[in-house]
Each structure stands twice: as structure tokens, then as C-alpha cells.
Ligand binder design. Structure first.
Ligand code: HEC
Length: 122
């Protein structure tokens, strides 16, 4: 009895932690995502125009059709490890300073661009 009472009193905390662990991108911190993107991606990517790399919106549109979870995992890895041969001759170098959590949040943000009309952010 004592056990079940103390368990119940911790339930909100347990649920909260569970959400944090299993769904880190669900509440992606938009500000942090934009900070990282601006600092580390926009030198090569733009929203709607090709620069060194493909436009973010075009990437979003290419991958938005896929199964959500697989696509997020795929993009998260590509963002961290870099990419070659998917868009042209120029490879994307690995982004060593991006954590798994950051890459997941960026991937979620990226996919959301497929259906939005966000203008240039730089
Ligand atoms: C040095 C230039 C450069 C930087 C910096 C860079 N990218 Fe890229 N990115 C590229 C190029 C070039 C490609 C195309 C690679 C290819 O053809 O597979 C690409 C491709 C991608 C793709 C598509 C991968 C695929 O499998 O289709 C994603 C997603 C992406 N970049 C996200 C990012 C994000 C997010 C950042 C910042 C954290 C970033 N990139 C920083 C140059 C860059």
C-alpha cells in the first residue's frame, strides 16, 4: 500500500521523464534549432535556393513522404555524419558538433518545412 501511494505520487514525474526519453523531438526547442541552423548550416544551405548544398525545403519535400520515424532517424544520421551522392557531386562533411538530440530536433524542423511557406531566415 505504502509502495503504491508513493509510486502514484511520482507518476507525473515518471511520465514526464518517459516523454523526454522516448520523444525528444516532439517539443523541439525552436530557438535552439534556429540558432544551430544559423550558425552551422546556412553557410551551405538556404531555405529555397541552392547554395553549396540543396535548399532545405527541397530536402523536406523529398523525404516528407517517407514513414515518419524512419525518416527522422535517417535525417538525424545524415545531419551528423554528412552525406554524399544524394544530391550531386559535392559531399556534405560530418557535423561533429551536433548531438543526437540536436540532430533529431533539426530533422523534425526540416521535415516541417515541406508544408510551410517559411521565407528565408537569414
Ligand atoms: C560545408 C557545407 C555544408 C554544411 C556546413 C552543411 N551541409 Fe548539409 N549538405 C551539404 C551538401 C553539399 C549536401 C548534398 C550531399 C549529397 O549530395 O548527398 C547536403 C545535404 C544535406 C541533407 C540531405 C541528406 C540526404 O541524405 O539527402 C541534409 C538533411 C542536410 N544537408 C542538413 C544539414 C544541416 C542540418 C546542417 C547544419 C547542421 C548542414 N546540412 C550543414 C553541404 C553542407
Amino acid at each position: 500500500m505504502l509502495y503504491s501511494v508513493s509510486w502514484a505520487s511520482h507518476l507525473p514525474l515518471v511520465v514526464f521523464c518517459g516523454l523526454m526519453i522516448f520523444n525528444p523531438a516532439a517539443k523541439a526547442d525552436t530557438v535552439a534549432v534556429m540558432d544551430i541552423v544559423q550558425a552551422q548550416c546556412l553557410s551551405c544551405h538556404q531555405m529555397d535556393r541552392k547554395r553549396v548544398g540543396p535548399p532545405f525545403r527541397e530536402i523536406a519535400q523529398r523525404y516528407a513522404q517517407g514513414p515518419a520515424q524512419e525518416t527522422l532517424t535517417y535525417l538525424q544520421r545524415q545531419i551528423q555524419q554528412g552525406s554524399r551522392g544524394n544530391w550531386g557531386a559535392i559531399p556534405m562533411p560530418a557535423q561533429n558538433r551536433i548531438s543526437v538530440q540536436q540532430a533529431q530536433a533539426i530533422a523534425a524542423w526540416l521535415l516541417s518545412l515541406a508544408n510551410s511557406s517559411t521565407k528565408e531566415i537569414s
